[in-house]
Design a protein around this ligand. Sequence first.
Ligand code: BTN
Length: 226
Amino acid sequence: MKIELLKEVDSTNIYIKKYLDGREDVIVCAERQSGGRGTKGRSFLSENGGVYLSELKFYENIAASDAFMIMARAAVAVCKTAERFGAFPEIKWPNDVLIDGKKLAGILIENIFSDGHVKASVVGIGLNVFNDLSGLEDIAISLLETTGLPLEVAVVRDMLIEMLQVEFTFEDYLSRVRFLGKEINILENEKKYRATARQILSDGRLEVEVDGELHILSAAEISIRF
Ligand code: BTN
């Protein structure tokens, strides 16, 4: 697999798409992004001191209905990386990686579908190592804040690349989701309600219980708060 290291780029997720015409898996890392992209059209602060990485992977035989496993694999790889350095994040469904309720890492996945299958996917990961999170103290956290260790970005980056190659199971994902069985707040369009989180299905949908009734919700339609 080809690995490309850049000093600066607008967004590794955008840059890596130039490799879509090839067939080789690629990872692109940048020390800084000038236009880092987040989910839901948001931007993602990407100053020096974080790992900013995109992985382009081609698939032969993944049904579109199994695309959630790509997301789960990325979240687990980030958690396993943090764990190697003594930090123990949780996964906030579907794929935010949190410590003390604050974001340690964000994941942006862009899948390319054809004939009911995932043909390729771009997995973009931004992981806070010691980057300046001023102004975001209430919502973001770094490995340095968590562990007190002066970690080098390159060491964390290489560990993340290694963890992305490791086989994972759905149980690896579920074991890091800590809200199952607990009350959560659900935001669905303009509607807000409380529910008990019951389980995450293998297609990534969340089953919740409201007033004794089970409902199955998709991450595209709702957001959750603890
Ligand atoms: C989110 O939490 O909203 C997702 C953030 C994803 C950020 C990563 S950093 C590497 C890759 N390049 C981008 O522009 N975004 C992703």
